[in-house]
Structures are given as structure tokens and as C-alpha cells.
Design a protein around this ligand. Structure first.
Ligand code: UD1
Length: 417
């Protein structure tokens, strides 16, 4: 078992470079099987979710070669076979193979995806979208068979602006006959990145990044080269760390517009920020004001940064609130924050934080990816040693987290016990 040990309370200075976005990468890799030739993607993060998706590609007999931060995916000898439960359960994003296989072969067989336990996370909107395109969905326990004689463009309205459903429907519709319109589509930058990738192969997608996406089906998708956008959630996490420990900390390779909601909340509570074209410089201040944040779909405050931001609010003077509106169970970090000395309570999807509190190192658990990130933030701030278990969750989403933090002066190690 791997554990992370942090000796906290250190000032951090220097530069942290942001990696390619996890949530774009995990859709781009399955999307790559749609090419009829070969796809090259660069700026791929070295995280375990990338490894898990490459394992699925290999099981489908797709040729995969990885070199430093790029990956070449050639599906010309691919076989349309079932994705086993073991592979499906490894991560949430395995579900993108449903849309991609359906789009390519008109048939996908796989199991309910895994991923962080932060709520029920149904896939009904994905399946309804596939059905609207003409597919038949049968499921037995956890196994899903989605198949169509022909996929035909359709008008699809999403009841919820779901990131996963928007991308999955795009993948299934890209080679369908005719035009598909997705209304109330999610607008996250990762969706734009996936649409650009598909367009680079010859797809005809317009409107990605708005709530109406139009996909005109094409027959053939050619060779392409593509770059993953910087990870806005990784960037946000390190900027929050900078607001607590930076003297100062430069976060490089950032698209600041992608984190507008975070940056304005940071400015509101009094964080000292210098926002450049592709970087943010952040220093800790002596005191912060309290605030309320409410998570929302993009461009609202990202649910993925709610947990790390809660740690920052433990240092504000007075009462802050964090309202989670996307996932019903994204508060599993709260008992561990209490264990570290924070004054935090949860009621009806709202966390109330009374600050400032002095945090002291203790033994905590990374219950999911971003809860784990919030434990790292708290451990860096807390006096003494914090030990985090279940760090596999953290390594699914943060590339070289130990190296990046050590590089700016943190005392952090991963130990095998
Ligand atoms: C993606 C991100 C995740 C982020 C989330 C919200 C990936 C791999 N993960 O997750 O990091 O926290 O967006 O920004 O990109 N829903 C349904 N039915 C569906 C689909 C979703 O009810 O068929 C609900 C979900 O339970 C949730 C809400 O819609 O309450 C939003 O979920 P969604 O945007 O789909 O999140 P994910 O794609 O799972």
C-alpha cells in the first residue's frame, strides 16, 4: 500500500508547470478509435487514468505507442469486442468507449463505469442519447449492450448539462447519417478540446462550448495531430496551495479564462494574484475574508475545486459556506478536515466553515480524487506531519504531484508500506 507523508507549514516558492487536462485526455483517448487512420495526441498527462485507458485500447487490439508526453493511437487492426468488467470499473471515463465503439461499429458491449464515489452518477442521459440516434440498449445487472442497425442524426435535449453525456453523444453521432443537435449541452473547455480533436480528423462539429452543439455526420475520419489543453483543475488546486503557502508561487501553462470563477472568488476573499496570459502568480496573505461558493456547470464554480477551496476557507476570518449542487456525496473530506482541526460542518449539501483555524497534522484518507487533493492542500498547510492513505485516488488525476511540490520547497513523499 502506498501512503503520502507531508511535513506541513513550509513556505513554497518557485514555478509549477500544469500538465494536460485529465478530463480532456480521458475522452480524447477513447475518441481516437474513431479515426480510420491514426491519431497523435500530445501533452498527455502521466496519470494512472491514462494507463487504464491505454490498457483498454490494447485489449481491443489497438496499436498504442507512448513517448514522453505524446501518444500515437492506431485502430486499424482493432477488434470490436466486449470491454470486461475489470476494465470498465477502473475509471469513470471508460464510458466514453460506449459512444466511440457505437459510433465506429454500431455496437458496444461494456459494464457500468467505475470512478469516484461522489454520488449515484447514473448514465441514463448517455443511453437516452444513444437511443435517440437509433440504438437499442439492453442491460443485465451491470452489463450494457448498445447496438444499432444504423445511427441517424437526431435532436437531443439533455435534462442536465452533463459533461459525460455531451461528449458520449458527440462520439456516437460523429459518423451517424445526417445532423444531430445536442441542446442544453455542457460547455466545459474539455468538450471544446474533444470537438476540436474530432474536427481535426474531419468531423463536422460546431457550437462546442455553447449550449447547442451541431454534428453533421461524416463517413471517414482521417489522420490527425492534437494537443491536450492545460488542466484547469490541477491549476486551480496549485493556485489554492499558493494562496495558503506561496511566497510567491508561479503556476505556469494555465488558460486563466478557464478558471475565471475561481480567480474572482480568490480576489474577493483577498488573495494576492498576478494573472498573466498563460500563468498566475499567487502569494499567501495574512488574513482572508469569508465567502460563499456554490458549485455550478461551467463557467460556474467547478465542483472539482470545491473540496480544495474549502481548505482555503478554513483560514478566512468568519463564517463561509460551500454549496454543492452537482454531486450529492462530495463531502467525504469533511470528517478528515475536522480531524486536522478545522471547524467545518455539513448540512443539506452545504458546508459551513468557521475560520480561521490552526490545522495540525494527522492521519487522513483520500476518499476520492478531489477529496484527496484537498487533503494534500490541508497537509501542506498543517503544522507537523500528515499521513494520507488511499492515495491511488490522487495519482489518478495529478501528474508528478510529489515532484512538482518538492520542486517548490514542500516536504512530501510517497512511501510503500
Ligand atoms: C465530469 C468530470 C468530473 C466533474 C463533472 C462535473 C470527467 C471524467 N469527469 O464528470 O470531474 O466533476 O464532470 O463537472 O470528465 N447525470 C445524470 N445522468 C447522466 C449523467 C449525469 O443524472 O446520465 C448527473 C450526475 O449524476 C451529476 C450531474 O448530472 O449529478 C453532472 O454530471 P456530469 O456532468 O455527467 O459529470 P461526469 O461526466 O460524470
Amino acid at each position: 500500500m502506498k501512503i503520502m507523508e507531508i511535513s506541513g507549514g513550509k513556505e513554497l516558492s518557485g514555478t509549477i508547470r500544469i500538465s494536460g487536462a485529465k478530463n480532456a485526455t480521458v475522452a480524447l483517448i477513447p475518441a481516437a478509435i474513431l479515426t480510420d487512420e491514426e491519431a497523435t495526441i500530445c501533452n498527455i498527462p502521466e496519470i494512472t487514468d491514462t494507463d487504464a485507458l491505454c490498457d483498454i485500447l490494447k485489449a481491443l487490439n489497438v496499436k498504442v505507442s507512448r513517448a514522453s508526453e505524446s501518444i500515437v493511437i492506431n485502430p486499424q487492426e482493432m477488434q470490436d469486442i466486449e470491454i470486461t468488467e475489470k476494465f470498465s470499473k477502473k475509471l469513470r471515463a471508460s464510458y466514453y468507449f460506449m459512444g466511440a465503439l457505437l459510433g465506429k461499429y454500431k455496437k458496444a458491449v461494456m459494464y457500468f463505469p467505475g470512478g469516484c464515489s461522489i454520488g449515484a452518477r447514473p448514465i441514463d442521459l448517455h443511453l437516452k442519447g444513444f437511443e435517440a440516434l437509433g440504438a437499442k440498449v439492453t442491460n443485465e445487472k451491470n452489463k450494457y449492450i448498445v447496438e444499432a442497425e444504423e445511427l441517424k442524426g437526431a435532436n437531443i435535449y439533455l435534462d442536465i448539462a452533463s459533461v459525460g453525456a455531451t461528449i458520449n453523444i458527440m462520439l456516437a453521432a460523429v459518423k451517424a447519417k445526417g445532423t444531430t443537435i445536442i441542446d442544453n449541452a455542457a460547455k466545459e473547455p474539455e468538450i471544446v478540446n474533444v470537438a476540436t480533436f474530432l474536427n481535426n480528423m474531419g468531423a463536422k462539429i460546431t457550437g462546442a462550448g455553447t449550449s447547442t452543439i451541431k454534428i453533421e455526420g461524416v463517413d471517414y475520419l482521417h489522420r490527425c495531430f492534437h494537443e491536450v489543453i492545460p488542466d484547469r483543475i490541477e491549476a486551480g488546486t496549485y493556485i489554492i496551495i499558493g494562496a495558503l503557502c506561496g511566497t510567491p508561487l508561479k503556476i505556469d501553462n494555465v488558460i486563466p479564462e478557464h478558471i475565471d470563477s475561481l480567480l474572482s472568488k480568490l480576489e474577493e476573499i483577498g488573495v494576492d494574484l498576478e494573472i498573466g496570459a498563460d500563468y498566475v502568480i499567487v502569494s499567501k496573505a495574512n488574513s482572508y475574508k469569508p465567502t460563499t461558493i456554490k458549485t455550478a456547470v461551467y463557467p460556474g464554480f467547478p465542483t472539482d475545486l470545491q473540496q480544495p477551496f474549502t481548505v482555503l476557507l478554513t483560514q478566512s476570518n468568519g463564517k463561509s459556506k460551500v454549496v454543492e449542487t452537482i454531486f450529492e456525496n462530495r463531502f467525504m473530506h469533511i470528517p478528515y478536515l475536522k480531524e486536522l482541526g478545522a471547524d467545518v460542518t455539513v448540512k443539506n449539501q452545504t458546508v459551513t466553515i468557521i475560520g480561521p483555524s490552526t490545522l495540525k497534522g494527522s492521519n487522513v484518507v483520500a476518499t476520492d480524487l478531489r477529496a484527496g487533493a484537498s487533503m494534500v492542500v490541508a497537509g501542506l498547510l498543517a503544522e507537523g506531519t500528515t499521513t494520507i492513505t488511499n492515495i491511488e485516488h490522487i495519482l489518478r488525476g495529478y501528474e508528478q504531484i510529489v515532484e512538482k511540490l518538492t520542486g517548490v520547497g514542500a516536504k512530501i513523499t510517497i512511501k510503500e508500506i
